[in-house]
Design a protein around this ligand. Structure first.
Ligand SMILES: NC(=O)c1ccc[n+]([C@@H]2O[C@H](COP(=O)([O-])OP(=O)(O)OC[C@H]3O[C@@H](n4cnc5c(N)ncnc54)[C@H](O)[C@@H]3O)[C@@H](O)[C@H]2O)c1
Length: 379
């Protein structure tokens, strides 16, 4: 733990900050994760003291630029750090080749070279685009993540996975490239819409179910404080998620085994997203997926009825759906699960919680068991 006391640009006092080091087997790869309220002044000071590059490209979207990008740019400039802002449109539609190609071109025209650095300031879309660009530009340049959505703070900014979409599907092009630093400031979440906050909460519940009974308990005990986004509990929740993600990534950076437990709810969730042509938000789809996979686990004798009930109840308390809407064709959803890239040899691999705080990846789950679970959650 590091304790810092300095006024910050959001008008608050930064009085406590946590630091997590994500150390991978090859020692040169290290992500430092800083978590604390009102982190922006620390971020500027840190970048001044330990430059990420001879100049910085802040990649952000138009909404986040208005919220915090402009101020961050101003403060970096005032601190004598040369920085340019590169803006993309908000939303998933930006995660495509045309966007990264434009960003590559803009970096080159502005004179960014292999000694430059990038900062991703935004949600998962900005984070993925920036990580992708940083991993390839001039055979890779350093990058830092400053996540501004709950989903990005607890999940997508950590672990180095990034991806862009093809017309054939989501995240089909990508690299694994660790950010040097991740600056997580939960105070930025104040302006997030209820829907985006709920989206992120689905990933928080996921982390709790597969890795942390304590986090699950926190979600149960502090429902009102979390829903009201009270600073102390928000910081505690985000910080626990960052620890979980770091531990899992340290154990399996390349997502070949253990890291797959973070896909809890995602095998079904991705199929629901694809089935609805991505009209259903990610968090909602993952929540339905967690409900199906929880029920499946109990049906297969891996999870107690009591834990099953607690998981379903927690999702409901956070207004996350646990039923497949009427009219959805579950046979089609099953078909999409088989064709998803996580299906190995056409057999479906699913993460099954075994207790609150632990889970296993089960390969070759019989279609009939999945059908039965679908029937149980159909509205
Ligand atoms: N790389 C990974 O490991 C990983 C993991 C999970 C998800 N993802 C990817 O993340 C993406 C989704 O990320 P997301 O949910 O953050 O969505 P997003 O990046 O599209 O952001 C959602 C919306 O919130 C706005 N926003 C961002 N910060 C805000 C703030 N502080 N206040 C108000 N509005 C704000 C954005 O402008 C945008 O309109 C998907 O493309 C998904 O594939 C990646």
């Amino acid at each position: 733990m590091i304790f810092v006391n300095s006024p910050d640009s959001w008008g608050r006092m930064l009085n406590r900050m946590e630091k997590i080091d994500l150390i991978l087997k090859r020692e040169e790869k290290l992500s430092e994760i800083f978590i604390g309220f009102g982190l922006i002044q620390f971020l500027v000071d840190d970048l001044k003291e330990r430059p990420l590059g001879n100049r910085l490209g802040i990649i952000t979207d138009t909404r986040v630029e208005n919220l915090v990008g402009y101020r961050l740019h101003q403060q970096l400039t005032r601190a004598g750090i040369r920085a340019d802002v590169i803006v993309i449109k908000p939303g998933e539609a930006s995660k495509r080749w045309e966007t990264v190609s434009r960003v590559f071109g803009e970096l080159f025209e502005k004179g960014f070279d292999r000694k430059s650095g990038l900062i991703a300031l935004g949600g998962g879309v900005v984070g993925d685009v920036t990580g992708f660009v940083a991993s390839l530009y001039m055979r890779s340049i350093p990058c830092a993540q400053v996540p501004t959505t709950l989903l990005a703070q607890v999940d997508s900014s950590l672990g180095g996975k990034n991806g862009i979409d093809l017309s054939h599907g989501k995240n089909l092009l990508g690299t694994i490239y660790q950010p040097r630093r991740v600056y997580v400031d939960p105070s930025i979440l104040e302006s997030l819409s209820e829907d985006e906050f709920r989206n992120g909460l689905a990933e928080v519940v996921k982390s709790a179910v597969v890795r942390s009974r304590e986090l699950f308990q926190l979600l149960e005990d502090c429902h009102d404080a979390i829903s009201e986004r009270q600073p102390k509990v928000l910081e505690e929740m985000v910080s626990r998620c960052c620890r979980i993600k770091s531990h899992v990534v340290m154990a399996d950076e390349n997502d070949t085994g253990f890291r797959r437990i973070l896909n809890f709810g995602h095998t079904v969730g991705h199929a629901v997203e694809a089935y609805t042509n991505y009209r259903v938000p990610h968090g909602v789809a993952v929540s339905i997926g967690m409900a199906v996979e929880t029920i499946l686990s109990t049906r297969m004798g891996a999870l107690s009825h009591e834990d099953n009930k607690r998981i379903i109840n927690l999702l409901r308390r956070y207004d996350l759906p646990t039923r497949i809407p009427r009219g959805y064709d579950t046979e089609k959803i099953l078909g999409l699960m088989v064709s998803d890239k996580k299906a190995e040899d056409g057999r479906i691999a699913i993460v099954l919680p075994t207790t609150i705080g632990d889970a296993v990846v089960r390969k070759a789950v019989p279609d009939e068991s999945i059908r039965e679970a679908f029937r149980e959650v159909q509205a």
